[in-house]
Write a protein that binds this ligand. Structure first.
Ligand code: 13P
Ligand code: ZN
Length: 284
């Protein structure tokens, strides 16, 4: 039997954390990651007695009984792959908190953003049965742009859609943004969850970004796209006045690539329906 630390889910996570550090998204101990384990992942998990039990208030009921692979508070993503059993752990969510069932050696404990991870999983599972992963990091362009953007979802999202054609395809639900809040609190978790009702990405102003999705690559790609669009936007906005892609252009992208943009963000009133035919339709 493969040791759990050598299982594919752990390898995927350690590859992700190293890649994120390489991108400059996780300075020092910045960032945290969690993943709901499937039955096939659990087959490789030794089922001994819980190593430790912790009490946490306000556990979302729908998460009780789930096993979650999650990074340790204080872990450094640069070298997490060399300290897997210390910097990673598996918790089983209980009504009163959680049991540590694997990892977290040397008295480590789950990330200080545990509330956010548990509540975000619960919220996204209501919307997508296949949801499994939450990734938080300090992607610098996404964070820098939060200093100059208004702190409402539409103001933050629209410039990103307008400067990079694929943005609206990758995140048609837009990006939610919260004003600055204390990290690691139940409050920031509750406010994040409000945003996650409508979209899969949330920026914490003056701090970082989080993505929710079906796997690690999905979350990585979402953040990568937001961060790149934010970089392009900030690099060009002061050097030359430009409008970026118009509502009509974005509408055409949505039609061709069959995505539904977040309601209320674009004005389609001047555009007749069905003006742009999809290539697939044309071929038939
Ligand atoms: P942890 O080391 O507790 O995961 O905290 C890092 C972080 O980014 C907090 O927002
Ligand atoms: Zn953070």
């Amino acid at each position: 039997m493969v040791l759990f630390e050598q299982s594919s889910i752990v390898k995927e996570l350690t590859t992700l954390t190293y890649d994120m550090w390489s991108k400059g998204w996780d300075e020092y101990n910045g960032g945290n990651v969690s993943c709901i384990l499937r039955d096939e992942d659990l087959e490789q998990l030794p089922r001994d007695e819980p190593i430790k039990q912790a009490t946490v208030e306000d556990i979302p009921f729908s998460m009780v009984g789930k096993y979650i692979l999650i990074t340790a508070s204080g872990s450094h993503f640069r070298n997490l792959k060399d300290h897997i059993k210390r910097d990673l752990g598996v918790i089983k969510v209980t009504e009163k908190g959680y049991d540590i069932v694997w990892g977290f050696l040397e008295n480590r404990r789950p990330t200080s953003e545990l509330y956010m991870h548990l509540l975000a999983h619960a919220q996204r599972l209501e919307i997508d049965f296949n949801h499994r992963v939450v990734v938080h990091n300090h992607a610098p362009n996404a964070a820098a742009y939060s200093l100059i953007s208004d702190h409402d979802d539409k103001s933050y999202t629209l410039p990103l859609w307008r400067v990079l054609t694929e943005s609206i395809v990758v995140f048609p639900d837009g990006v939610g943004i919260l004003p600055w809040e204390l990290p690691g609190t139940l409050d920031i978790a509750l406010h994040t969850v409000e945003k996650l009702r409508k979209c899969r990405l949330v920026v914490w102003a003056f701090h970082g970004i989080l993505a929710t999705g079906r796997d690690f690559q999905d979350c990585f790609g979402l953040i990568e796209t937001v961060d790149k669009a934010a970089m392009i936007h900030m690099k060009t906005r002061t050097s030359r006045q430009y409008e970026g892609l118009s509502d009509d252009d974005l509408y055409a992208v949505c039609q061709v690539l069959k995505v539904q943009p977040r309601e209320g963000f674009l004005d389609f009133s001047k555009r007749g329906q069905n003006e742009v035919k999809n290539i697939i339709t044309n071929l038939q």
